[in-house]
Design a binder for this molecule. Structure first.
Ligand code: FES
Length: 171
């Protein structure tokens, strides 16, 4: 199969349309500027993570060397290159949050979910993604981000309420 045929097979019509839309925003020959948007669309359709084949397909579609796509996927924390849980949880452990008990909050989450940072729950519901380096919500320390939503002034009880509700309406 040719590279362009692979791209057509691995990237849905919707993803290719999305990439085309972004390519059109930049001057001709500057399709490299569409890499982030392309990866975002491809990752979203692939249940939240990228594979090497998908990254290669994006590179092929954008007519770029694969390394230029791998670099972007490896650099930005919003891209995952392995399967992860459907909902991501990140706990800030920088100074303000640390002084307000983020270590205890993180420990509580790890014990509650039975996983460590960087792991997903066996049911695929939650991905305990990372310790964040300040998400600019220090006034609400300690805080965590769940699927891009901030939860502040955390206590173990508040964490329990938030995490117990995550993704419960899915099935
Ligand atoms: S230190 Fe946690 S939000 Fe700033």
């Amino acid at each position: 199969m040719s590279d362009s045929a692979t791209a057509t097979t691995l990237l849905s019509a919707h993803v290719r349309e999305e990439i085309d839309r972004w390519i059109a925003r930049f001057p001709k020959g500057r399709q490299r500027s569409a890499v982030i948007a392309a990866l975002h669309a491809a990752q979203h359709e692939n249940h939240g993570h990228l594979t090497t084949d998908i990254m290669d397909a994006v590179a092929s579609y954008l007519e770029l060397p694969p390394i230029e796509v791998y670099e972007v996927a490896a650099f930005y924390s919003m891209f995952e290159t392995k399967p992860v849980g459907r909902h991501s949880v990140s706990v800030c452990t920088n100074i303000s949050c640390m002084l307000r008990g983020s270590d205890e909050i993180l420990g509580h989450i790890e014990r509650k979910l039975g996983i460590r940072v960087g792991e997903s729950t066996p049911d695929g519901r939650i991905y305990l993604k990372r310790e964040e380096e300040c998400l600019a919500a220090c006034c609400g320390a300690p805080m965590m981000m769940v699927d891009h939503v901030y939860h502040e002034n955390l206590t173990p009880a508040k964490v329990d309420a938030v995490l117990d509700a995550v993704g419960r309406s899915e099935s």
